[in-house]
Design a protein around this ligand. Structure first.
Ligand code: GLV
Ligand code: GLV
Length: 322
């Protein structure tokens, strides 16, 4: 009887599929409305054949070892997998699977929404209105910057970055710049996008949206020096991974007026925020909800379940990272 452990409550779609595909399995779910610490996770999940985890579970080499030798598959409820020690999993013959594609639209919506929210100052406008500060229409009241026809710089040329670029191009007539290690002729052909170096992208863009994975190369890719290259009217949006930005440097840049605003869905020391960030008016701060639509979260759950079912029944899972 296989034992499947799920580190956070997930939509029923996932457990229903597991019950269908692996009717004999024992499925246990973290009963708490919080992430488990290391000791709790080991105690609850040791001996499992399959682990469905989240991006908030740091699965380092020793934790993977402590989960026991029968672990065959780790299915992470996320597209990003920087929290999982892939080499350790590989060395133990554990398949690691993720949930790509299904969250592309949902995450792109958040990135585009953050650009508009920052440019047009939605969050502080909402605070102003709620607090009684809206005392009547006025020509000078709460002006922001427009979005149509501006230049959007996309860092990382994957699926989500391309969806954001397409929305800004086709929906808002924006000019698209992108930074990526590889050439992407489809970006040039489909979007008229220009590939540029990161420095040039930061200098020319009115909106910079981050869509690269977190790797040793991209940690603090946007640091104090890079922020200095941005325009004082420009907005930085991060829906990728917090540590891609030096968050303390971001706070300093916002305070100094080096950039106009920032829209963040992810944080360097998530869920903690860099000191001073929450006190700033020109930021919109979301609680890592890129993929958080009912539709997407249900499908992510089904994808994790399918990956577990495939591996435990000796088939090749569809979305295998390693
Ligand atoms: C969300 O951040 C994900 O990686 O799915
Ligand atoms: C404050 O009320 C906000 O929604 O930002």
């Amino acid at each position: 009887m296989p034992f499947i452990y799920i580190t956070r409550a997930v939509p029923d779609a996932a457990t229903e599929l597991l019950a269908k595909g692996l009717p004999d399995a024992r499925v246990e779910i973290n009963p708490h409305d919080r992430n488990l610490n290391r000791a709790e996770l080991i105690e609850a999940a040791a001996g499992c054949d399959a682990l469905i985890c989240t991006l908030a579970d740091p699965l380092d080499a020793s934790l993977i070892e402590d989960l026991g030798p029968q672990l065959k598959v780790i299915a992470t409820y996320a597209v990003g997998y920087n929290n999982i020690h892939l080499e350790a999993a590989k060395a133990r013959g554990i398949a690691v699977c993720n949930t790509p594609d299904v969250l592309t639209d949902a995450t792109a919506e958040v990135a585009v929404g953050l650009m508009i929210a920052c440019a047009r100052r939605f969050a502080d406008g909402d605070r102003l209105t709620r607090s009684g500060g809206f005392t009547g229409w006025a020509p000078m009241l709460h002006r922001g910057h427009g979005v149509y026809g501006k230049t959007v710089g996309i860092v990382g040329a994957g699926r989500i970055g391309k969806r954001v670029a397409a929305t800004m191009k086709h929906g808002f007539g924006c000019e698209i710049l992108y930074f990526s290690r590889e050439d992407h002729v489809d970006w040039e052909n489909d979007l008229g996008a220009a590939k540029v170096e990161l420095g040039e992208l930061l200098q020319r863009s009115d909106f910079v949206s981050l869509h690269c994975p977190l790797t040793p190369d991209t940690r603090h890719l946007i640091d104090a020096d890079m922020l200095k290259l941005m325009k004082p009217t420009s907005v930085l949006v991060n829906t990728a991974r917090g540590p891609v930005v030096d968050e303390a440097a971001l706070v300093a840049a916002l305070k100094a007026g080096q950039i106009a605003g920032a829209g963040f869905d992810v944080y360097e020391h998530e869920p903690a925020l860099a000191p001073g960030l929450a006190e700033l008016d020109n930021v919109v701060l979301l609680p890592h909800i890129g993929s958080a639509t009912h539709e997407t979260r249900a499908e992510m759950g089904r994808m994790c379940a399918r990956a577990v079912i495939a591996v435990l029944t000796g088939q090749e899972p569809q979305h295998r990272v390693i």
